[in-house]
Design a protein around this ligand. Structure first.
Ligand code: LLP
Length: 425
């Protein structure tokens, strides 16, 4: 990967080629857009592998790095991580079905979520997932009954809410007392007491997840201080814990001028905790592994130039990238073929969806594009395709994986028949 000194794109697998157009791992994004149509997502397999390897290098051999499937659940991307030997963190039966399709065994899957349904718990049991992360006493009761009824031993971790308010966007913080996630430390001890001597449910781990876009190791250190008394409590004594799952949340830079995040200082309190207590460490980052590896390509439909206020209307919308509309998130937007000799203008890049909030980027300053020009929205590997919707009856966009010499269409664009396929008038 090029360093940021040579390449304004830092760790992203992007560079302007000799022909003047933006390329991913040497493949022209213009050619990919011509072939796949726009809007489309494009990912680099080399970048996915490089990030997975970098994380693995921070861990000990018995530890398990897991990819949080919700960040990007496309089969073509999951396959790259499965082949790299990663485990997976899932939150639904649908995500489980994706991994089953790839042949990923249950021993490489952990299942979180505040509202797992009866069918989802049953499917998790049957798939023999490594750990079901228990988030409520009600869920534990349900799972115990299913395990007994189906005579399948369930292995579980307790997801503890450590009441640490992470310094991040309020909608993606999960580890404070006001959040719906996890058990209080008191409930976790109750759950451990209830499981003593249960022949069908083995308590094997503790789990925390503080939130997303985390940058501070001290937040993890504080959470671990709150978790330690649970681990050392009387109620835990009958159980043979093996795992400590630190959750995900490693931030990535969304602005070109920001430096890359080093995951090590974030992970080191958890690594120390696991070693001290002789537990195997699990981590489950999503964004860190995929975010910088993908772009969303979009073509300009219209330019509404009103002097003071100028809108570039692109063919991608909040349906392909919800993050700006939902969180006010920033994604860099760059021209695929920068215009020469055109002056800079400031304009909003908006989509065709009928919502004023349907903005991909407000107040961007660059040469004003023309209709037909291509733009690349950066850092769309995570929480872009996986958060897509069909609002305004828009079809799901195509997805492309660039892998060395090859370019593979890992999802084609949804057709009009498929869009209506589930319905009858
Ligand atoms: N583990 C659990 C239990 C989680 O709930 C999540 C994310 C992760 C791991 C992975 O977090 P990451 O490493 O990707 O930060 N849609 C939002 C992010 C929501 C994250 C939800 N949970 C966004 O676009 O920023």
């Amino acid at each position: 990967m090029a360093s940021s000194a040579q390449n304004p794109f830092g760790e992203r697998p992007l560079a302007y080629g000799a022909d003047g157009a933006l390329a991913m791992d040497g493949h022209s994004l213009e050619a990919i857009a011509r072939d796949a149509g726009t809007p489309c997502y494009v990912y680099s397999a080399a970048a996915l592998r490089a990030r997975a390897r970098r994380l693995k290098a921070l861990l000990a051999p018995g530890d398990q790095p897991a990819f949080s499937v919700k960040a990007c659940s496309s089969l073509g991307v999951l396959k790259v991580f499965a082949d790299e030997g990663l485990s997976f963190d899932i939150v639904s039966g649908g995500e489980l079905a994706r991994l089953r399709r790839l042949g990923v065994e249950g021993a490489r899957i952990v299942f979180s979520g505040a509202g797992k349904s009866a069918a989802e718990l049953q499917a998790a049991l049957e798939a023999r997932v490594r750990l079901v992360n228990i988030e409520s006493l009600g869920e534990l009761d349900r799972l115990r009954a299913f395990a007994r009824g189906s005579r399948i031993t369930a292995t579980v971790a307790l997801r503890v809410n450590p009441d640490v308010a992470a310094d991040t966007h309020e909608k993606i913080a999960t580890g404070h007392a006001g959040a719906k996630f996890g058990l209080t430390p008191g409930e976790a001890r109750q759950a451990a007491a209830a499981l003593a001597g249960d022949p069908w449910v083995r308590l094997e781990g503790l789990h925390i997840h503080l939130g997303s876009m985390l940058r501070r190791g001290d937040e993890f250190a504080r959470a671990l201080q709150r978790l330690e008394p649970v681990l050392l409590s009387e109620e835990m004594r009958p159980h043979k814990l093996q795992w400590f799952n630190l959750g995900g949340g490693v931030a990535i830079p969304y602005r070109l001028e920001e430096p890359a995040t080093d995951p090590k200082p974030l992970l080191s309190p958890g690594i120390g905790f696991a070693r001290r207590h002789k537990l195997r460490l699990m981590i489950e980052p999503g964004r860190y592994l995929v975010g910088p590896c993908g772009v969303l390509l979009t073509a300009v439909e219209y330019v509404k130039d009103r002097g003071e206020r100028c809108f570039v209307v692109a063919d991608a919308a909040m349906t392909e990238l919800l993050r700006p509309a939902l969180y006010g998130a920033w994604h860099e937007i760059v021209p695929v073929r920068p215009a020469r000799g055109r002056g800079l203008r400031t304009f909003d890049v908006v989509g065709p969806v009928c919502e004023t909030g349907d903005t991909l980027g407000a107040a961007r300053t660059m040469p004003l594009p023309n209709p037909g020009d291509l733009l690349a929205v950066l850092d769309c590997g995570a929480y872009a395709s996986s958060m897509a919707s069909g609002y305004n009856s828009r079809p799901l966009a195509a997805e492309v994986l660039v892998d060395g010499e090859t370019i593979r269409r890992i999802r084609r664009r949804q057709s009009a028949e498929e869009l209506l396929g589930l319905e009858t008038p």
